[in-house]
Design a protein around this ligand. Sequence first.
Ligand code: GLA
Length: 390
Amino acid sequence: MIIENIRKTFFELYGKKEIEPVVFFAPGRVNLIGEHTDYNGGFVLPCAIQYGTYLLIRLSNDGMIRLASTNMKEELVISVTDIFAKSPGKWTNYPLGVMDQFLKLGFRMTGMELLFSGDIPNSAGLSSSASIEMVTAFALNELLNCNLDKIALIQLSRRAEHEFAGVNCGIMDQFAVGMCSAGHALFLNCHTLEYKMIPMKMNGYTLIIANTNKPRRLADSKYNERVAECQLAVACLAPYVDISRLGELGYPQFYKLQDKISDEVIRKRARHVVSENQRVLNSVNSLLRNDFVQFGNLMNISHDSLRDDYEVTGIELDTLVDEARKIKGVSGSRMTGAGFGGCTVSLVKNESVDHFIRQVGEAYTLKTGLKADFYLAEIGDSVKKSNGLH
Ligand code: GLA
């Protein structure tokens, strides 16, 4: 939806007043590699995409918070004194959760009118929720003069997701939305939060995101189950090695100790995390050398590990990946995000893009009965105040 139309909807909902609404924008993200490593204090390599969430926001002095979205039917009007009240399963939990965090940090909330409008497909693993959280946090910080730095906004948005949405996520999504820059991937150590921007010179390649359009039922509870399984793996290893998270373990060390994890499932989960962490480091080296063939290989191995060891793929994601790998000019293909449905990301030679979309799309429908959507990713910028020209 273009910004002028969102502005029109804003005035239809809230009326014209002396003060104009201010416009902010936060992108979604696609993770290139480093899946389910963030909550283990490991490495990730996401980049921001061109799709994202606009927020038009105007402060008011009636003590009421009004939330609406051009994408969702539910609207909410609540008093600033009722922000702590969650509404299970509703999109409004994301902005409310963020406001709640501002209150917990001791800031005062005032009345305000908010209209969100986004083009990130929901439940697709492209961080539509982190995008809503971060655009809200960034806007409140600016309009309420809170002077929090971006890291603080990222951390409070993550806490909002834990406390209001009930997902025990890592920090990757909020960090990517808050810190990425155009033309770069973000190489992040999720434990220390040290990061480096890695130039993505595309050299005749395109990143294609393919959406399974599979409804992600129970995805949040399965996600939390994986988080708990990793904690269990750490508990099994802790008597033998001084670690508090799997991200501290190198592969050779894990290999020696793996038998200490007697449960095979838990051992597989740990093997994925430890090996995936190493793959992120190898991927960064490949990208710095512009070696997209090696990088593509690492993407492939990452998917296979998520399928066999972490068990978060499923027939839809596996079909998209298998079909992608049959296409000439594809250097790698993997699921991206939490899994259990959602999207794949593939690195494809420019001349093969049309063929890829046609061929993979047809084969996917034939096998699953579902229709996939395809997006050509442009590597975008992080959250910002918008001039409306995005
Ligand atoms: C979701 C979470 C992230 C991360 C990924 C998997 O997107 O929000 O924190 O754990 O899954 O890599």
